[in-house]
Design a protein around this ligand. Structure first.
Ligand SMILES: Cc1cc2nc3c(=O)[nH]c(=O)nc-3n(C[C@H](O)[C@H](O)[C@H](O)COP(=O)(O)O)c2cc1C
Length: 238
């Protein structure tokens, strides 16, 4: 299985990176051939919305690092998008990645539209896709992003095989990494990588990876406020 791991996290010392590194170990152990692309430093311009790709049969008018990203994407059997939650959505760079995929689905003559909703000849049709998102808040915080990913998958004809939402991220920056519950979460992320390498993810693994750490909204709010106070002034780790 050829896997493209796309990192949309600007902060490399953060939780998205830490969890993606664990997933990567599981992928490699599971026999996947993995290419990682960090989107942050890449020169990827905003989509101009010119529809030039429609009239040119899928060729973008822009010439930048996105062509290399698309080449890797087309070679992969599965691509995994990792992003922190920024204002209920994916990071800006990850959004830019999706915007710039427009040439791959645009300009499809109607008679070529296949069962997957885009051209049956589209290289994205049926491609396996998985998502990992990280937020400070709890699971309901991811609702808008989950809807966005579902709509993107449908419109691009992707086979969305797994979605892991890792909330309560502040806990992952602390020594709490040694708690029993945290160990269960880390081992679930590793197992998740192994399952992705085989192209099938179990619901139990996702549920373990998403395990809630606070017993209630009230205890989460209390814990979160401690983190904000501790890190707010001067410590950029939160
Ligand atoms: C610009 C910005 C917007 C954010 N928006 C949200 C949000 O809507 N909901 C949330 O729970 N956390 C939000 N956060 C917190 C991040 O999701 C959280 O800190 C996460 O751990 C960041 O990922 P990282 O640790 O990989 O950097 C936001 C953080 C930033 C910097």
């Amino acid at each position: 299985m050829k896997v493209l791991l796309l990192m949309g996290n600007p902060r490399k010392s953060g939780v998205s990176q830490r969890l993606a590194d664990i997933v990567l170990e599981g992928l490699v152990d599971g026999g996947a051939e993995v290419e990682t692309i960090d989107l942050s430093p890449l020169n990827i311009a905003f989509c101009k919305g010119c529809f030039g790709c429609v009239s040119s049969g899928g060729k973008c008018v822009l010439n930048d690092d996105m062509s290399g990203v698309i080449a890797s994407l087309l070679e992969s059997d599965l691509f995994i998008c990792v992003t922190p939650l920024y204002f209920y959505g994916m990071s800006a760079k990850m959004k830019l990645f999706f915007d710039r995929l427009f040439p791959l689905i645009s300009g499809t003559p109607e008679h070529l539209i296949g069962a997957c909703g885009v051209s049956a000849e589209s290289p994205l049709c049926g491609k396996k896709f998985a998502t990992i998102s990280v937020a400070l808040g709890r699971l309901p915080m991811f609702d808008a992003l989950t809807k966005t990913y579902a709509a993107i998958s449908e419109s691009m004809g992707l086979d969305w095989i797994a979605n892991v939402r890792r909330g309560e991220s502040a806990y992952f920056l602390e020594d709490l990494g040694q708690s029993r519950r945290m160990k269960r979460i880390f081992s679930a992320f590793r197992r998740f990588g192994g399952e992705l390498a085989r192209g099938h993810v179990s619901g139990e693994t996702v549920a373990e990876a998403e395990l809630e750490l606070s017993e209630s909204e009230a205890s989460f709010a209390k814990g979160a406020s401690v983190f904000w106070r501790r890190y707010g002034a001067g410590n950029s780790k939160i």
